[in-house]
Design a protein around this ligand. Structure first.
Ligand SMILES: Cc1cc2nc3c(=O)[nH]c(=O)nc-3n(C[C@H](O)[C@H](O)[C@H](O)COP(=O)(O)O)c2cc1C
Length: 135
């Protein structure tokens, strides 16, 4: 069953710093490889001090990816914003797109109150120039 998983977390690095940017690059690169292998698609939304990620794929494939994400010490404070069955993928072409949020100044407490649908909308309205599109 095609499933969508949305969560927020707090990065253990500053995403806008040079080293934080490199760390994000590393995360996305290995995530893309894994996701492509398991037919997972999605997007990572980067705020000033928070992250949100939308992932979609078959439930049994998602389980493994979620376990890896939970175990990753480069972020903390994971909160599930949504988990639901899906008729059709929202990001079929992206093993993992990355975008900077227009709400990046929102504090993490507020972000953690947002719903899965809110993050889908954020990803949708993000300026396409900031999208990092995997080949
Ligand atoms: C913010 C964040 C997002 C991540 N997203 C994914 C993902 O979409 N897919 C995935 O397989 N792993 C994801 N990971 C997990 C890391 O990429 C994980 O460390 C890596 O898959 C494990 O790599 P290894 O098998 O080389 O140890 C994410 C980690 C973080 C911190």
């Amino acid at each position: 069953m095609l499933t969508q998983f949305v969560y927020t977390s707090r990065p253990c690095f500053a995403p806008s710093s040079a080293s934080g940017g490199r760390m994000l690059g590393n995360i996305v690169e290995s995530a893309r490889q894994n996701n492509a292998r398991f037919s997972i698609s999605g997007v990572l939304i980067v705020g000033r001090d928070w992250l949100a990620q939308v992932l979609e794929g078959e439930r049994e494939n998602l389980n493994g990816v979620i376990a890896r994400i939970l175990a990753d010490e480069r972020h903390t404070d994971l909160r599930i914003a949504g988990l639901r069955f899906l008729g059709k993928r929202r990001f079929p072409a992206w093993s993992l797109g990355m975008t900077t949020s227009t709400l990046d100044m929102l504090p993490i407490d507020r972000v953690a109150e947002m719903s899965g649908a809110d993050f889908l909308e954020l990803a949708r309205i993000a300026p396409t120039s900031t999208h990092y599109m995997p080949a």
